[in-house]
Design a protein around this ligand. Structure first.
Ligand code: GLA
Length: 735
């Protein structure tokens, strides 16, 4: 692994065993990209890869440089207004209204390791040997602004991360109208764009489309990364599958408004742009100020989508998540939300806890409704203390003592960024919500968004949360965010700084996460946003798991968890068994299927276990024992998708242990098929030479046999049919 600078050719080659990324510094100081893809040998000069840029109807940079046009070259961080005509990565407005800039190469630096990004979540190295970093300094002679482009290449993962810093070293007041994290031009457009899209209760479904001339983009302007479009996309070769073929993956380590875009020009090259969504962003940059963009992650593989996903999973677990819980087995939990919603008493919670203990559950989570005057969703948010002593006679402290005395851990729900009218917080600080004072804020779930761009607001909420968390025995926090941001205006902030509010808001959220996770390093944080509306790499930096979706229907969850696995590790997906008929879909699925889906995740239950029959409780006890026995493998193995619920009437996935001596396969029938075909499932990731038992069968099967000949799918019904919503778990262990 390394970064080599070839002085004669002015080329920089970033590489590891799997990828190469080659930048050329042109004689006029422009930065162009010569190659990004599978690892190739290093050599002095790759300039033959530069496309010819003299064509009719082309704008040149100066009249003496007829071979320097910006229109056809592949650029590293394209500017606006000088003849490129494709999407710029940044736009800087100057005091005279001009947006024309001409940054050119000044110097560069190569060093081992990687520096943190101030105030932002980002990947990190554990040792200096994990990665090398290149910083390229560009300068605009007129404004004297400096752009620092940072590239880190990881040693053992096919990953390059990029971000930029824009520094105003001149005397003008500048305004950043756009400051994306990264841009890259690929030489052709023979790709399919794979992305994750959806809505509440159907988050992160996989969609594929063919980018063609013009722009294909996804993004969010909702103030959260959103359920609608995750900050990720991949470009795959049309022939690439789960297991083979070229895939370029891109994601943004960010939880606010984001843009991911592919622009195919009429010469069929593809420009990728990724960063903060420019439509909701304007950042005044005064002299001596620096703007730091979020970090973008580039993954390259020629081994298909599974390899891309495994790379993201490993990168996030080894170089992004900070929590002490990252590699640990997650406690089996019970959450009271779907059982009681806000209508609970201490007595009821203790009954659930008692049954939970009997069944082998380790953690009970008290969800929404414990604080302030919260009886329904019209009030209470913001008053993070108990006022209703009829409900909780000994407060949270007393309840936490009773629960820990039962031998269970205790967890608590918060929604720190929100406020309801009618609360003490709102009465005392009506100006702490986002909204211009002369407008009426638009409610969503009867609540308003606190102005987290303000430090005093964040400090106030920290004070309330710190008090509860330090006074009670709390080992887990669920941090919710149940509405998107409207009227994004910060009262008391200067008019010309309002364009900063969305980004400053999310920086405020990060600062609260940072303070709380530092103060309580042993607490397991789970993020949530009306289910999975803020499931992104930014939040994972602080909270190693996220509530995947409010939709707990097993069949819907197969799609949601399958889609989520494109980017996010199984250990990060909160997955619970809930009651039937399901509250979101009305569908009834077997208890076994519900558990077989949820066990590939941070596993738990979310139903009234006190109301279960003896048989159901026995089944739950067995499920929990199975999960506990195998959860290191289930949560922290290497994940493979085997069968897509978006393409077939069945789905399957599997986890393989690092030494390939064990594996667990989940197979799920969606709608049953009568008199169905004799189908086989082809496993992945096994050691071809190992012989395995399946579910402690006497018979053994070689790894190569299981991967190439496959295992027959048993039928679940009479007359060779499959029953709706049935499932199998196959546990493989080496002989
Ligand atoms: C959101 C969450 C749920 C639950 C409720 C409580 O919808 O996604 O899991 O916590 O809020 O109000």
């Amino acid at each position: 692994m390394g970064i080599i600078y070839h002085q004669n050719s002015q080329e920089l080659h970033l590489f590891n065993n799997q990828l190469s990324y080659i930048i050329k510094i042109q004689s006029n100081g422009e930065l162009t990209n010569l190659y990004y893809g599978k690892r190739i040998h290093d050599k002095e000069d790759f300039s033959y890869l530069q496309p010819g840029d003299t064509r009719p109807l082309t704008v040149y940079q100066t009249k003496d440089s007829p071979h320097h046009s910006l229109q056809h070259v592949r650029r590293e961080y394209p500017d606006y207004g000088r003849g490129d005509f494709r999407t710029p990565a940044y736009v800087i407005r100057q005091e005279n209204g001009s947006r024309v800039t001409a940054f050119s190469y000044e110097s560069h630096k190569i060093y081992r390791g990687k520096k943190p990004l101030e105030g932002l979540p980002a990947t990190y190295t554990r040792n200096e040997e994990d990665a090398d970093t290149l910083e390229i300094r560009l300068k605009d002679p007129v404004t004297e602004a400096v752009i620092l482009l940072s590239y880190t290449v990881f040693c053992s993962l096919p990953v390059i991360t990029r971000h930029v810093q824009i520094m105003n070293q001149g005397t003008q007041k500048l305004v950043l109208e756009r400051a994306l994290s990264a841009s890259i031009d690929l030489p052709d457009s023979e790709y399919e764009m794979v992305y994750l899209t959806g809505a509440w209760a159907r988050e992160r479904h996989i969609r594929v489309r063919k980018p063609d001339h013009g722009i294909s983009s996804i993004g969010s302007m909702r103030g959260a990364s959103s359920a609608e479009y995750n900050p990720f996309f991949a470009l795959k070769r049309p022939s690439a599958t789960e297991d083979s073929g070229e895939v370029y993956g891109f994601c943004l380590i960010y939880s606010g408004n984001h843009l991911e875009q592919v622009e195919v020009d009429t010469e069929q090259s593809s420009r990728i742009s990724i960063g903060i969504h420019p439509d909701t962003f304007e950042w005044p940059l005064n002299p001596q100020e620096t703007f730091v963009s979020p970090e973008a992650v580039f993954v390259y593989t020629d081994q298909g989508l599974n390899a891309m996903s495994q790379t993201f999973h490993r990168l996030f677990k080894e170089h992004l998540m900070q929590s002490s819980w990252t590699d640990r087995e997650r406690p089996v939990l019970i959450n009271n939300w779907e059982a009681t919603e806000m209508d609970f008493t201490e007595q009821k919670i203790l009954e659930i806890a008692g049954t939970a203990k009997e069944l082998g559950i380790e953690l009970i989570v008290l969800d929404d409704g414990w604080f302030g005057g919260r009886e329904d969703d019209t009030t209470g948010l913001g008053d993070w203390f108990v006022t209703n002593f009829d409900k909780l006679p000994d407060g949270i402290e007393g309840l936490s003592e009773k629960i820990t005395a039962l031998g269970l851990q205790f967890g608590l729900w918060f929604e720190p960024e929100m406020v309801n009218p009618g609360t003490k917080l709102y009465r005392e600080h009506p100006d702490w919500i986002l909204c211009p004072a002369e407008r009426t804020p638009s409610p969503s779930r009867n609540q308003y968004v606190l102005d987290f761009s303000r430090k005093d607001v964040v400090d106030y909420i920290y004070g309330l949360m710190e008090r509860v968390l330090s006074q009670a025995h709390i080992s887990y926090v669920k941090w919710d965010m149940n509405r998107y941001i409207t009227e994004c205006y910060s009262i008391g902030t200067a008019a010309d700084s309002q364009g900063k509010t969305f980004h400053k808001y999310i920086l405020g959220v990060y600062s609260l996460y940072e303070k709380l996770t530092r103060r309580f390093p042993d607490i397991l944080f789970e993020s949530c946003a009306s289910g999975g509306a803020r499931f992104d790499p930014g939040i994972l930096y602080y909270a190693p798991q996220a509530w995947t979706s409010d939709d707990t229907d097993a069949i819907e969850r197969i799609k949601i968890q399958y889609g989520t696995s494109l980017v996010y590790p199984v250990s990060s997906m909160g997955a619970h068994v809930s009651e039937v008929p399901n509250l979101q879909t009305g569908r009834s699925t077997p208890l076994k299927t519900r558990a077989d889906v949820a066990m590939f995740g941070a596993f738990g239950y979310e139903l009234d276990i006190t109301a279960m029959s003896r048989e159901e409780k026995d089944a739950v006890r067995e499920q929990i024992a199975f999960v506990k026995e195998h959860r290191l493998l289930l949560q922290h193995g290497t994940f493979y998708r085997l069968k897509s619920p978006f393409q077939e009437n069945a789905s399957a996935w599997m986890m393989v242990s690092p030494n390939r001596k064990e594996a667990i396969v989940g197979y799920y029938n969606l709608l049953g098929t009568p008199n169905c075909r004799f189908d086989r499932l082809y496993l992945r990731g096994l050691n071809p030479d190992n012989a395995y038992h399946i579910n402690s069968s006497a018979e053994t099967y070689y790894g190569d046999e299981l991967m190439h000949a496959g295992i027959p799918i048993p039928h679940t019904g009479v007359c060779e049919s499959n029953v709706d919503f049935s499932s199998f778990i196959f546990y493989l262990s080496v002989v």
